[in-house]
Design a protein around this ligand. Structure first.
Ligand code: SF4
Length: 346
């Protein structure tokens, strides 16, 4: 049995060809899969009964089960633990923002990048997710929004567990697929991909002709400290990451965002503020400060509000475009990977 969830329209037409299914039927099936919430073929009521039976005999619709759902007290954030057929579980988050519904999807189950502040990497990498598994996260939430409130997914960040540029082909296929009018039709400008700095694939992404926003996890303004916080920095040094980000901004004309997790007494001092200011000089970029969500397994603490304000103020007064990330869902373990880790432990 072939799983058809995650196939493009052209791929669907190809796998359906031996069944002598007309091309327009493939489009109807795609709409049922990606827009109309069908989880089995019997729901596809504009197809003949005979065709529905034939499809059920030959294909499956690989949708994940919702293993857990956590809603924040303010009801703005919902976190899902989704489980695929092989038992692999991943996290997906919905954030009801003032500008629309935003989702955060995972691209790998676990991660082997080893960032010091991150819960997703504690158990290493289980496996890459397929294009269909990444799309299933978005479609699951889109179906839920449609049923609950007649709304939809408006924007997406690829910032869940995993390093998307280490799963490059599936992620790029997914980005093209979610943009298609027969899926969610999400505009590239409403999509942000976050990377820890996989330099060769940052250059590759700049050539894909998809003007998505790029967000680079910086977290330290010099080589030594960044290597301490992010081991991948030994392989792809800070200066090369910044050069690749500048190239991305030049090629796509999209402003790059540098994510900077503020960790008490580690990267939030005057020296780092000065170095970060120098690094940003002359770039089409902004800095997003993220006060750390303490991860109990690691001894990394959040700076005081006064220190956060000081750091932001320093950058702003030195003409760096800076924001502090608004916190959402800290009461439901918003730091990526924490829900999945609990599931693994249980
Ligand atoms: S922050 Fe991202 S790249 Fe780093 S370990 Fe966590 S999931 Fe992986």
């Amino acid at each position: 049995m072939t799983n058809i969830f995650g196939l493009t329209l052209a791929e669907l037409q190809e796998v359906l060809a031996p069944l002598k299914v007309q091309k327009f039927r493939a489009k109807q099936i795609a709409e049922w899969l990606y827009q109309r919430g069908a989880t089995d073929f019997s729901a596809m009521t504009n197809l003949s009964k005979a065709l529905r039976e034939q499809l059920a005999e030959n294909f499956t619709i690989g949708r994940p089960k919702i293993k857990a759902r956590l809603d924040s007290q303010d009801e703005k954030t919902t976190k899902f633990l989704l489980e695929f057929a092989d038992g692999t579980a991943i996290e997906t988050v919905l954030m009801r923002q003032p500008y629309g519904n935003s989702i955060c999807v995972s691209t790998q189950a676990g991660c082997n990048m080893g960032c010091a502040f991150c819960a997703s990497t504690l158990h290493g990498l289980a496996r890459d997710l397929t294009c269909g598994e990444i799309l299933a996260q978005a479609v699951t939430i889109n179906d839920m929004l449609r049923e609950e409130s007649g709304s939809k997914v408006d924007t997406m960040v690829i910032m869940g567990s995993g390093e998307p540029l280490m799963n490059y082909d599936e992620v790029v296929k997914f980005l093209r697929l979610i943009h298609e009018p027969y899926t969610l039709g999400l505009g590239y400008r409403n999509i942000t991909l976050s990377t820890s700095g996989i330099v060769p694939n940052m250059y590759k992404l700049a050539e894909e002709g998809m003007p998505i926003s790029l967000s680079v996890s910086l977290h330290a303004p010099n080589q030594e400290l960044r290597s301490e916080i992010m081991p991948i920095n030994r392989k792809y040094p800070l200066k090369d990451v910044v050069a690749a980000a500048k190239n991305y901004a030049d090629k796509t004309k999209r402003r790059v965002t540098y994510e900077y997790i503020l960790i008490d007494q580690l990267n939030d001092g005057e020296q780092q503020a000065k170095e970060l200011t120098a690094l940003m000089h002359g770039q089409l970029a902004s800095v997003n400060l993220i006060p750390i969500n303490p991860v109990v397994e690691r001894n990394l603490l959040r700076p005081s509000k006064a220190r956060i304000d000081w750091f932001e103020g320093y950058l702003a007064s030195h003409h760096v475009n800076v924001t502090v990330r608004r916190e959402m869902g800290t009461d439901i373990q918003a730091a990526c990977g924490q829900l999945r880790n609990k599931h693994l432990q249980d």
